[in-house]
Design a protein around this ligand. Structure first.
Ligand SMILES: *Cc1c(COP(=O)(O)O)cnc(C)c1O
Length: 425
């Protein structure tokens, strides 16, 4: 028999400690499975309702007129998110691009964009023009306002009320913590925020950056009032199989405007060959409820282990989850580096590479990234990232299967142990 010790150098003490922690998570894992069954049923039903068939998997080329598969993919997404319309394309190159298309499609010069949940995801700073960048919304005369969360991470309702003016056209709400140390919002909380905003200005477009959130709960933000919901196919909804793509779902009018921006005014959703990608996009979507559950189990396993070792974690292993990201305050650069190097050692691809911190453009501290993925940069696959600055938070996410997420976390812990950075009880 191959033992974990022979294969990966995991010693008996680490294995026993991990097993014990895992045992304590049984009930919690059962609850995750409940959510998975509901989401799985939702996905299957949408595929059946739209009479998904073999013909939808054939590749289109060129203009991509009459791409039946593309239309079915978009209708299946719209049905899962309970929206009027969907734009799901390989030509949406990333989450940032999908968000960019939704923003540029729906904002016009003189309009104002509002983020009522603090600073948005790093890459959006350039898109909005918070960080000057060629081609930003700011260059087109679209202004931006931000209301930070309160000290206890709750919404600053007074601040938000004061920030909404005649000019406020679109509100962007980031569901996930992304790479900041704050809780992720539940769909219910997002619904409350949207109701509040609409009570002040009913015609404002409420957009949710849903990255990392899909299928974590049994409802999505579009079911609690979001006019638009946007995400990446190389995260949750692609199930690890979609090789590229993004989605925008929501009210027909707003999705249409995004489509006019993605392709060209007058063309909209009518063009865009899918080049044979409908099949992996759909098969990935079919797997996504289970893949997301596996990633969540990995995140909770990591949370419980490090909690037990005395590290501060967000969320804790007991808290309810609204995205797949696990933040762990590692307390020292050495811990961060060893953890990330361990995660890399546990990857199926590039496991022999040793990641080091480097000065990534756009970040104010060196960043270390561990990823050995089949799809470049796919963070639904097991990965970890961390800026090297206090409190030395590492963000861990993904794992297509639980066996992999579990093993990756064990190898990371063993790496820290081997360097004398942690002592197990
Ligand atoms: C990943 C992510 C994005 C953008 O994603 P890319 O696909 O890397 O461009 C935007 N917002 C949040 C919250 C994310 O997690």
């Amino acid at each position: 028999m191959n033992t974990l010790n022979e294969l990966f150098g995991i010693d008996a003490q680490t294995e026993a400690f991990c097993r014990e922690v895992e045992q304590s998570l049984k009930e919690c894992f059962d609850r995750l499975d409940e959510t998975m069954h509901i989401n799985g049923a939702k996905v299957l039903h949408a595929m059946q309702k739209n009479k998904l068939s073999d013909v939808h998997f054939s590749a289109t080329t060129g203009y991509g007129y009459n791409d039946l598969g593309r239309d079915v993919v978009e209708q299946i997404y719209a049905d899962i998110f309970k929206t009027e319309s969907g734009l799901v394309r390989p030509q949406l190159m990333s989450g940032t691009h999908a968000l960019t298309v939704a923003l540029f499609g729906n904002l016009r010069p003189g309009d104002e964009l509002l983020s009522p949940v603090g600073k948005p995801y790093d890459t959006l700073e350039g898109v909005i023009g918070i960080r000057p960048e060629v081609g930003s919304l700011a260059e087109y005369g679209i202004t931006y306002k931000q209301v930070d969360l309160k000290e206890d991470f709750s919404f600053d309702y007074d601040g938000i009320r004061a920030a909404i003016t005649e000019k406020t056209k679109l509100v962007t709400i980031q569901r996930s913590k992304g790479y900041s140390y704050r809780p992720t919002f539940s769909v219910k909380q997002i619904g409350e925020l949207i109701s509040f905003i609409k009570s002040i200005k009913p015609d404002v477009v409420c957009m949710v950056d849903n990255c990392y959130g899909e299928f974590v709960e049994t409802i999505e933000p579009t079911e609690v009032g979001a006019d638009l919901c946007v995400g990446s196919l190389i995260k949750n909804p692609g199930g690890g199989l979609a090789p590229i793509g993004g989605y925008i779902v929501g009210k027909e009018e707003y999705v249409e405007k995004a489509a006019m921006r993605l392709t060209a005014p007058g063309l909209g959703k009518e063009v865009g060959a899918t080049l044979g990608l409908n099949q992996p996009v759909l098969q990935g979507l079919f797997l996504a409820p289970e893949v997301v559950t596996n990633a969540l189990k990995g995140a909770i396993f990591a949370s419980a282990l490090y909690e037990k070792l005395g590290f501060e974690v967000m969320p804790t292993s007991k808290e309810s989850r609204h995205d797949i990201i696990q933040a762990i305050n590692m307390q020292s650069p050495e811990n961060v580096i060893a953890f990330c190097q361990g995660i890399q050692k546990g990857a199926p691809v590039d496991s022999y590479v040793v990641p080091e911190p480097w000065d990534m453009p756009g970040y104010d501290a060196p960043v270390i990234m561990a990823a050995g993925a089949f799809i470049q940069g796919a963070s639904i696959e097991m990965s970890a990232d961390a800026p090297i600055k206090p409190p030395y938070t590492v963000f861990f996410q993904g794992g297509l299967t639980f066996y992999h997420a579990r093993l990756g976390v064990m190898i990371a812990l063993q790496t820290m142990k081997d360097k004398g950075l942690v002592t197990l009880p």
